[in-house]
Design a protein. Structure first.
Ligand code: HEM
Length: 155
């Protein structure tokens, strides 16, 4: 398994591939629900915990709602589309100021929960690769280094 994270070039929205059908076949919906429940329990105590509701009831709602997207993205029933309609990755995340560092924290938390899941590497890798690439679409705040680079380049 390769939990690589490649750098986002600020502003890019790279093409990505949805996870292979094998992923949902091996995981099953129930385990995917558990994965996201564990993920949210960890994320609220992480460096980006401030983005997420700390109140238990709210968090439970978010868990139940958001996993619909991931089941659908993995090739399962269209729960998210039925509940919400079209999903817009950029719009969904524009209300939060997400840096590359925040994306890495999110992915790091995902790695932590994924490591505990016993499915084939092929299935897991295809889910990871989807998250790693698609998450680049959420980065909407450049980091200090990039700002400094701009200033230097302007001379
Ligand atoms: C591939 C990666 C990601 C996907 C597919 C994804 C997808 C989603 C979806 C489906 C929602 C719910 C939208 C709705 O309300 O209907 C959501 C909400 C949210 N996302 Fe993401 N997201 C990703 C990565 C990230 C990253 C990297 C961050 C921040 C570092 C982030 C922060 C949030 C926050 C704060 C919310 C609102 C609270 C919540 O509903 O969890 N997301 N995202």
């Amino acid at each position: 398994m390769d939990y690589h994270i490649s750098k986002t070039n600020f502003g890019e929205t790279p093409d990505f591939e949805y996870p292979k059908a094998l992923f949902l076949e091996e995981m099953g919906e129930e385990r995917l629900v558990k994965l996201f429940s564990d993920f949210y329990d960890l994320i609220i105590d992480s460096d980006i915990g401030n983005f997420f509701p700390q109140e238990e009831e709210e968090l439970e709602k978010i868990k139940a709602h958001n996993v619909k997207f991931f089941i659908e993205a993995a090739g399962g029933p269209k729960y998210y589309t039925e509940a919400v309609g079209h999903f817009d990755m950029l719009k969904t995340h524009e209300q939060f100021s997400i840096t590359e560092k925040a994306r890495r924290e999110w992915l790091g938390t995902m790695e932590e929960v994924l490591r505990k899941v016993d499915i084939s590497d092929e299935a897991k890798q295809s889910f990871w690769d989807f998250l790693e690439t698609f998450s680049k679409h959420t980065v909407n705040v450049g980091e200090r280094l990039e700002l400094e680079d701009l200033v230097v380049n302007k001379g």
